[in-house]
Write a new protein. Sequence first.
Lengths: 200, 200, 200, 200
Amino acid sequence: MATAKIGRPRSEKSREAIIGAAQALLNEKGGAGLTIEAIARRAGVGKPTIYRWWPTLADLVLEALLRQADETIAVPPRGSLRETLRPFLRQSMKAIADGGGAHLRFLMARAQMDEGFRQRFRDTFAARRRAVLKSVLLRAAERGEIGPGQNLDMLLDLVFGAMWYRLLIGHAAIDEPFADALTETIVGLVQPGEFRGQYI
Amino acid sequence: MATAKIGRPRSEKSREAIIGAAQALLNEKGGAGLTIEAIARRAGVGKPTIYRWWPTLADLVLEALLRQADETIAVPPRGSLRETLRPFLRQSMKAIADGGGAHLRFLMARAQMDEGFRQRFRDTFAARRRAVLKSVLLRAAERGEIGPGQNLDMLLDLVFGAMWYRLLIGHAAIDEPFADALTETIVGLVQPGEFRGQYI
Amino acid sequence: MATAKIGRPRSEKSREAIIGAAQALLNEKGGAGLTIEAIARRAGVGKPTIYRWWPTLADLVLEALLRQADETIAVPPRGSLRETLRPFLRQSMKAIADGGGAHLRFLMARAQMDEGFRQRFRDTFAARRRAVLKSVLLRAAERGEIGPGQNLDMLLDLVFGAMWYRLLIGHAAIDEPFADALTETIVGLVQPGEFRGQYI
Amino acid sequence: MATAKIGRPRSEKSREAIIGAAQALLNEKGGAGLTIEAIARRAGVGKPTIYRWWPTLADLVLEALLRQADETIAVPPRGSLRETLRPFLRQSMKAIADGGGAHLRFLMARAQMDEGFRQRFRDTFAARRRAVLKSVLLRAAERGEIGPGQNLDMLLDLVFGAMWYRLLIGHAAIDEPFADALTETIVGLVQPGEFRGQYI
DNA sequence: AACTAAACGAGACGGTACGTCCAGTCTTTAA
DNA sequence: TTAAAGACTGGACGTACCGTCTCGTTTAGTT
């Protein structure tokens, strides 16, 4: 059969405390000052307990992010591209404004320092987000709302790139007006019509 | 006049050695492992000498980046938007591929950990790059190549965002085909014509 | 010339504080519980400062022992063997009773766990103590107080062995009566006379 | 009567495995590196099983020592003091050379760190060894081979002290020549005759 | 034969200390 | 009088064990 399950089982209480402490510290002090030592102190937990379950502080923060993001997933239903994309972007930006931004900024920074984590971050979080939006675009393309010359992956880079760029550089707000403007820009970009440049 | 210039003069040799060491370490080992201590060792210099001239390791790397980027600035001249944007993007991506990518990734990571540097990074480097591209877009708008409904700042976010996003996530290459595709996408997006959504 | 001496010199204040803290902790809590971490805390010093100057906690304790033993060295002068040996042993045992015992027990324990330190301990401390007593025995032998059949190194093992054995096992006191009895035993053992067994 | 004896009985197999693993590790790697964790791993046993039966790692090693020493006990029979003492010492030193030395060094080190174990070590192992040798000396004294002025306990300290001292410091071998030399020294020391110093 | 209870292996737990790296500051000598 | 060099305090790192705990499993003796 499967592997036998022996030994003391994992303490869910500790797990919760650790993730909770990471959340709290990130929201209070921001990414700098978020250390494994501080989390262990706050959670009333030994450092090895953290290392046992997460290879890296970044992986722990990623799990914390996913935990709180899961509640707000809400796959967008149907309708026109505009009516699907707008709530997707509004919701994404709302999650960022409501605290997720600190997580994302921390994770992106760590991804630049740890190639292993960068790969995990790319393959789990980023790829998942891209997949969600890509399915939206694919349905729009099937409905004929997107011209045949459009490269959907380029569109993903444009949309997520603009959000990440604003988040990381911090030169402009990530709010509902931005979500709406980005929606209109993308909708305007993709609409089929006369030839407007060839994708190479 | 002002303060007399007495005392031991600054050693330009040390300055060069420091920046050179930073360049070398960044290219060899990447962002992780780039520390002030390592730079001081490599440059044969005391740590305080570094702290005296740069407030932060990130500022030092930023200077190193600007130093090597200055040679490749070459403001794009005239012609159509396509003919101006394409070399601009090709050149930008070539600089990234030729080693600048490590600098940029390091700087963006540090900006997420140090709000003070983030501001300097935004106000010097990022703003400068935006200004260059914006002047290109403005000239194109004057020539009527860009429709009146376009928000130029949104275009900047799209272009730089897509580049940064690919650089940071690492899911796709930053190369000439990408530069060309991005050029075509932007050119197609901005061309004036029938109404295609209103910027809010 | 010799090597130039630049840079901040070693802080004698820290050195004193470290050794003092080690002394204090050893006297208060005994060998168990004497850790580098605790010494650093007590001395108000960073751990690396300790590691910079002593390879091992044991080496630090050894220096602390030598520092306080230096004051009580007082090489025994002349006279008969009995008149020289007795004060030597009394003084040695007084030093043990006055606090040196904790140091010695700690050091001997560490020597059993760290072969490198064991060698240093043997070559510096133990060899030095043996040399002092051996010179006493040599002078006595020159004066004819020790029979020709005696192996002086065996005598050293007997004298130091008995002291260490009592100290480590703890079955009997290390005090003045013991010093005097040991003196008489050795003096009786070595006196020349009829043949009493041959050293092999 | 007392508590009924129900439940699973102690596993002798585990006990053997634990003691065997301790023996093996001690012989292979010496005292440093002998940990309960390593023993449990090697023996294929859970840590609590070890803690259930021995209060301390030192107590476990002590039992391992006694188990292998029991085979070589061989109480010395009769004859002169020399003829009794010499095999006793030879045998003791052979046991040390054959592997018991590592056990003894480990135990003596642990006795310095744990006062509770020091007492047990003293009251069981050391006292037993002293009793054996003391009975030898008593019989010799009854036969008149030892002068009336001799303090037998001092003799025990001399003999065991010299052995332990060599074992712990490591400045000289513990071998048959040493056993013989020590025998002759003791025999020469104790022989009755003209007055040779008074024991105080 | 079924029940009971202790000992078993496994391994996670909260902790302590380890020895190292680096940050940023301070103090001295050299230029 | 400033630059340069190196020792400083201090915090966090990731690891090794400690001794305790909680599991599911095994194994005898008791009913």
